[in-house]
Write a protein that binds this ligand. Structure first.
Ligand code: HEC
Ligand code: HEC
Ligand code: HEC
Ligand code: HEC
Ligand code: HEC
Length: 649
């Protein structure tokens, strides 16, 4: 039972592939003129690739089989990576970390810019043009190459040297201006002449390792006085989570999901005009951060971003599509409550309704992954037949954030039986005193990490120490274990909801939703206390508070539940049976089976009437059959069944 949680939600989203229309290209080309055109000794601004890799006005190069543009410049320009050095949240956080630790401010900035402004950082370090404390924010603000974010020549300049073991943005940049790409034998008659960069095939561009050094962030823990404790903390481990997953063995690389290949390939450049189709990875590069993309789209002028509104809309639609189609599956089914199983203390006049919910991660790493502010949470609602809300866990509002979330942090739950409890999949890090902290440099202990592991994730894996579960999830036998086989590595979590409701209800509807929130208000609260000490924090606070922060619904499922439900029952039942004249009876299905159609038959087996399914489960009268035996015929997915009943005089 309980189908996959897709469908329905997606109808509202734009189809990302058709988001660009005719005249958009004119505006885009004009905006591309705003991309960086600096040329350094190791890097070149992304604006210098526009001449041949921007969309083809003739619709010949860089199009898929439907004629839609797959230009890397267009696709990349409105992504988080393209805007990583102008991201106002990042800038505010760098300021925050510096204010908390003023003695280390410049060295912190030198760390943050390594991944968020890699071209500026590496160009400065490789050419020796850095101050004693490295490449700082004031260096960045005057450096166009740095402001270009994770630009074209960042990824394309990464040499294949020990990539798997690298972290913290430590990139081996090619000193000869080689631009590695994913297809063999590129023709270089024009590119190196015009840009100084030579297109060369590099097999490593097809593999996850090229993403590893920026998607692995280890920090050196500091105590509250800013002294290093000598401990290394694994802050972001997206690459290592993937290493400890089934995708690694199955050759499903980061690129497979984040840079999908164009079917049939594409022509890679607009000049010369005689090139032919090659393998072509689309530069979608989306994750889950629809919230910041929306915020940046709405503040694009203020933030001096080059991408157009249409480009941001496309990137946002792709992000939502990834979240809603490729991130998680959700299932819900009724299980025995105290009413049927007979056990447990039952408050008089109440019945216990119970459900099992299963969430399965489909991503190639933990869900959520990456920056530790990310959370996913479950909302669970019980409704009466009339649509009244009877129970609600995990609601959300702009004013309160996630309802029921504890002060400090919310535990990982195996059973939820009160509205004050909510399942939140997240990483919570504590400082040296064990207090939750949002300051990267203070991270010392893992207070909680129940983020859903990827399929094929094992505790015995050599990389487990760097990607371990938090204390509660590690002990939960329903976490990362298959329901039937109990095998480890399912990438899922199962939990129960148990709710007492007043007696008298014969059926209720249960609805569960999985939400994703990239920047919860709770995470930035501490930072905003410094707003009067930093313009970056002050202006981000303003943008944050005026933005729509509604979480993205990743999956949704619902089911009807019946009083008297018994998981171990083998056949359909009528309750009550016999039925008194003028009274109501209702059908109770065995286990989780649900009827498709229900008919009332008389003692001779003649069909008397069709009974609407919901009515059959809630209670129906027998006015149309005589006193004596009658039959109910039930159509299910597995065939049909008959149940015999008796109408008493
Ligand atoms: C190893 C490379 C690396 C380093 C070094 C690094 N970051 Fe990041 N940062 C990332 C990646 C990758 C993400 C995106 C992950 C995700 O989307 O979940 C990110 C995301 C963020 C975000 C969230 C941005 C958003 O829009 O949601 C903030 C804030 C941030 N980093 C701050 C910092 C600060 C402050 C520092 C320096 C102390 C720093 N980062 C150093 C790689 C790095
Ligand atoms: C004057 C035109 C021109 C410019 C400007 C240009 N390229 Fe190219 N690029 C080409 C051509 C032509 C090819 C090869 C196409 C083929 O063989 O089918 C190519 C191929 C590539 C490849 C693929 C290599 C492979 O083997 O997969 C990469 C990567 C690349 N370019 C990156 C860049 C970057 C980064 C810039 C900006 C710094 C840039 N290009 C600017 C014309 C250009
Ligand atoms: C986040 C890293 C990253 C950034 C940023 C990036 N690329 Fe790429 N690019 C790749 C990877 C990885 C491939 C190889 C994909 C494959 O073939 O599987 C690729 C492939 C290409 C190709 C050849 C097609 C192919 O599949 O081999 C061209 C041309 C190209 N990129 C141009 C650009 C340009 C122009 C920019 C800037 C607008 C850019 N790239 C930005 C990572 C990146
Ligand atoms: C099987 C497909 C798949 C593979 C393989 C994969 N990802 Fe993802 N990735 C996703 C999906 C789906 C999401 C959106 C859900 C989420 O946020 O985790 C995502 C999200 C992300 C995010 C944002 C995470 C967050 O929650 O903020 C980052 C960063 C990321 N991926 C990087 C990577 C890197 C780096 C690799 C390779 C080491 C990789 N991904 C491999 C499917 C994949
Ligand atoms: C030079 C460092 C660097 C490299 C190399 C790099 N990334 Fe990133 N990536 C970042 C940073 C920094 C961010 C976060 C930007 C921000 O939020 O401001 C990021 C964010 C992301 C996101 C999250 C986007 C979102 O909207 O949530 C995905 C997905 C991602 N990267 C995939 C990849 C893949 C796939 C590769 C390899 C092909 C790769 N990255 C290589 C630095 C890098």
């Amino acid at each position: 039972m309980g189908a996959v949680g897709l469908g329905l939600l997606v109808s509202g989203a734009n189809d990302p592939e058709v988001a660009f229309h005719g005249n958009d290209f004119d505006e885009m080309r004009w905006r591309m003129g705003e991309l960086c055109t600096e040329e350094g000794a190791f890097f070149s601004g992304s604006g210098n690739c526009v001449n041949c890799h921007a969309p083809d006005p003739e619709g010949h190069a860089m199009v898929d089989e439907n004629g839609q543009s797959v230009s890397p410049v267009v696709d990349w320009q409105a992504t988080m990576m393209a805007n990583s050095a102008k991201d106002p949240f990042w800038r505010a956080k760098v300021a925050h970390e510096g204010l908390v630790n003023p003695d280390h401010r410049e060295s912190i900035e030198n760390l943050c810019t390594a991944c968020h402004a890699p071209q500026g950082f590496h160009e400065a370090h490789l050419t020796g043009k850095v101050g004693p404390n490295g490449y700082t924010m004031s260096d960045l603000l005057e450096d166009e190459l740095g402001l270009d974010g994770v630009g074209c020549t960042t990824c394309h300049g990464i040499d294949d040297i020990g990539l798997a073991g690298r972290s913290n943005g430590d990139l081996p940049i090619n000193p000869e201006k080689v631009s590695w790409g994913g297809f063999e034998d590129p023709w270089d008659g024009l590119m190196s002449g015009q840009t100084g960069f030579i297109p060369v095939y590099g097999e490593h561009m097809r593999n996850s390792e090229v993403c590893a050094s920026c998607h692995s962030l280890y920090t050196h823990t500091q105590d509250l006085e800013g002294e290093e404790t000598g401990q290394v903390f694994f802050e972001q481990t997206t690459y290592l989570e993937w290493v400890n997953s089934a995708y690694n063995a199955e050759n499903v690389q980061c690129q497979s999901c984040h840079m999908p290949l164009v079917e049939g390939g594409a022509i890679a450049a607009t000049q010369p005009n005689w090139l032919f189709n090659q393998r072509f990875g689309k530069h979608h590069l989306v994750g889950g951060n629809a919230f910041m993309l929306q915020l940046m789209r709405d503040q694009a002028v203020e933030l001096e971003l080059s991408a157009t509104e249409a480009q941001f809309d496309t990137t946002i639609a792709r992000t939502k599509r990834l979240l809603q189609y490729e991130t998680a599956q959700l299932e819900i089914r009724q299980i025995n409550g105290a009413f049927t199983s007979g056990g447990g203390a039952q408050p008089p006049g109440q019945n216990e309704w119970a459900f099992e919910v299963e969430v399965k991660n489909l991503a190639g790493h933990k869900f959520p992954s990456g920056y530790p502010s990310r959370v996913a949470f479950l909302e669970f609602v019980l409704q009466s037949v009339d649509g009244d809300t009877l129970y609600h866990s995990g609601g959300w509002s702009h004013a309160t954030g996630i309802m029921g979330r504890d002060e400090g942090w919310e535990p990982h739950w195996e059973v939820i039986d009160s509205e004050g409890q909510v399942q939140i999949y997240e990483m919570v890090v504590g400082d040296v005193m064990g207090e939750p902290t949002q300051v990267l440099e203070r991270a010392s202990v893992l207070l909680k990490d129940n983020r859903l592991p990827p399929r094929g994730f094992y505790k015995a894996h050599a990389a487990y120490d760097t990607v371990r579960f938090g204390p509660m999830a590690a002990l939960d036998v329903n976490f990362n274990h298959d329901a039937l086989t109990e095998d480890e590595g399912s990438g899922s979590d199962r939990l129960e909801y148990r709710v007492f409701l007043p007696a008298g209800m014969s059926s209720v509807q249960a609805r569960v939703r999985l939400h994703y929130l990239s920047v919860p208000a709770l995470w930035v609260e501490n930072m905003f206390e410094y707003a009067n000490e930093s313009v970056e924090i002050e202006s981000f606070q303003f943008m944050f508070e005026s933005a729509d922060r509604t979480p993205v619904v990743v999956a949704e499922q619902s089911t009807w539940a019946w009083l008297g439900f018994d998981d171990s029952a083998e056949d359909w039942k009528l309750a009550p049976n016999p039925v008194s004249d003028g009274g109501l009876t209702r059908l109770i299905p065995p286990s989780t089976m649900q009827p498709l159609e229900v008919w009332l038959l008389d003692a001779q087996g003649r069909t008397v009437q069709n009974i609407p399914v919901l009515l059959a489960m809630q209670g129906f009268g027998l006015e149309d059959v005589a006193v004596g035996p009658f039959f109910i015929r039930i159509q299910t997915e597995e065939g049909w069944r008959m149940v015999r009943g008796v109408k008493a005089p």
